[in-house]
Design a protein around this ligand. Structure first.
Ligand code: GDP
Length: 434
């Protein structure tokens, strides 16, 4: 998916535009306990094109001077985006700060679309001509508060998207990424999986937009490890900020089939672990929970069981994810990891037979009929799997409102029991049969 970044000095209205473009997509996502949504990076859609949007205004560097902040934000956009939306304020004219940003963007050679915000009515369009002098071609008058002009601007943005090959969809390669708090052992695990040399060999300093993805083959299966924040040594100021590392993690998750969410056995589960794991779940990716540094634990029969109970308790939303205990350092139990990754990936892409699915649903219904809501009874006519990655099912019913989430959960469990979806979330939607 292409990435669009919005940049500009403070108060030109970046966040308003961001929220407009992202629209309702964020709020319709189910509420998962323990997950706070970060609005710096989100999915957006224009006509039939989906893209990812970054609000660089959300990347803050504590109390650094404004100019340093703006430079860092522009740099994030330059590093990460395919197209940059440079926003200025039509009421203020061109300011020194705008020129600063313009200079940085100009040198980057990335496509830039100039949005002149706060042009709330047609008379104000007269003001936009001076912005030609910034050197980015036609300025697009927009109004974040009134939602005006966005379509024309987006048409222009989309024209600059690079053509992408469909390779990611068709091939058999399993793409996975490793996420987790700093120091949980992500780089160590990558090194252990690959053997030290390969990682060092592929480490290219100063690489910007293109993440370093490392391919390898194990038991005739091709894998690619997707680069994640914190796995390489980085030098720029903004790279240590939490929001930036979240953004990198989200980008890595997006490109993965399977996400390995790492936990440090030594320090135990922490609040941040839940938040990070929540991103993988929300993205609908296959998930494997990896408990690293298992070498630091007193090895007893019950240690693993106790740890598992804690994980299940803390990561209820990941009840489908298998847990692997290993040590990246000593390589103990490391051979148990890839089989789980493979299995999760296969289940993530699994398609079930419609007739078998319907047998399962009808059996479930017979065993445990849906409870009535306000005297009305849910009727299920049939079900069908509408997509994969993750497996998504539509259940056609008399009235979707009668599908209580506990009943949906029951159906999910029956489907899981019948088909084995270990490692992947599955989605179920109730639709009215027309
Ligand atoms: P990252 O920030 O998640 O990439 O973590 P690193 O891979 O840099 O590891 C952080 C620290 O944990 C380093 O000092 C590693 O040597 C140590 N470490 C990583 N894996 C293990 C492990 O399995 N056992 C132990 N005891 N230490 C580990």
């Amino acid at each position: 998916k292409s990435v669009v970044a919005i940049v500009g000095r403070p108060n030109v209205g970046k966040s308003t535009i961001f929220n407009r473009l992202v629209g309702e997509r964020i709020s319709i996502v189910e509420d998962t306990p323990g997950v706070t949504r970060d609005r710096i990076y989100a999915e957006a859609e224009w006509l039939t094109t989906n893209f990812n949007l970054i609000d660089t205004g959300g990347i803050e560097l504590g109390d650094e001077p404004l100019l340093v902040q703006m430079r860092a934000q522009a740099q994030v956009a330059i590093d990460e985006a395919d197209v940059i939306v440079f926003m200025v304020n039509g009421r203020d004219g061109i300011t020194g700060a705008d020129e600063e940003v313009a200079n940085l963007l100009f040198r980057s050679n990335k496509p830039v679309v100039l949005g002149v915000n706060k042009v709330d009515n047609p008379e104000m369009r007269e003001n936009i001509y001076e912005f030609y002098s910034l050197g980015f071609g036609e300025p697009f008058p927009i109004s974040g508060t009134h939602g005006l002009g966005l379509g024309d601007m987006l048409d222009e943005v989309i024209k600059h998207f690079p053509e992408r090959e469909q390779e990611m969809e068709d091939d058999e390669t399993i793409r996975f990424s490793l996420i987790g708090r700093p120091n949980v052992g992500k780089s160590s695990l990558v090194n252990s999986l690959l053997g030290q040399e390969r990682v060092i060999a592929s480490e290219i300093p100063g690489t910007t937009r293109d993440a370093i993805d490392t391919p390898f083959t194990k038991d005739d299966q091709d894998y690619v490890i997707i680069d994640t924040a914190g796995m390489r040594k980085r030098g720029k100021v903004y790279e240590s900020t939490e929001r930036y590392s979240i953004m990198r993690a989200l980008k890595a998750i997006e490109r993965s089939d399977v996400v390995l969410t790492l936990i440090d056995a030594d320090t135990g589960i922490q609040e941040q672990d839940k938040k990070i794991a929540g991103y993988a779940h929300e993205a609908g990716k296959a998930v494997v929970i990896v408990v690293n540094k298992w070498d630091t634990m007193e090895v007893e029969e019950k240690t693993m069981k106790e740890f598992e109970d804690k994980i299940r308790d803390n990561f209820r939303f990941l009840d489908y994810a298998p847990i692997v205990y290993l040590s990246a350092k000593t390589k103990k139990r490391i051979h148990t990891l890839l089989p789980r990754v493979l299995e999760a990936s296969e289940n993530h892409a699994k398609r079930v037979q419609t007739n078998v699915l319907n047998d399962v649903i009808m059996d479930a219904l017979a065993m445990n009929p849906a409870p009535s809501i306000k005297g009305q009874k849910l009727k299920i006519f049939y079900a069908s799997q509408v997509s994969v990655k993750p497996p998504t099912f539509v259940v056609f019913v008399n009235e979707p409102e009668l599908m209580h989430f506990t009943y949906e959960r029951f159906l999910e469990n029956r489907i899981r029991d019948a088909f084995g979806f270990e490692g992947t979330p599955i989605k179920i939607f109730a639709r009215r049969r027309s």
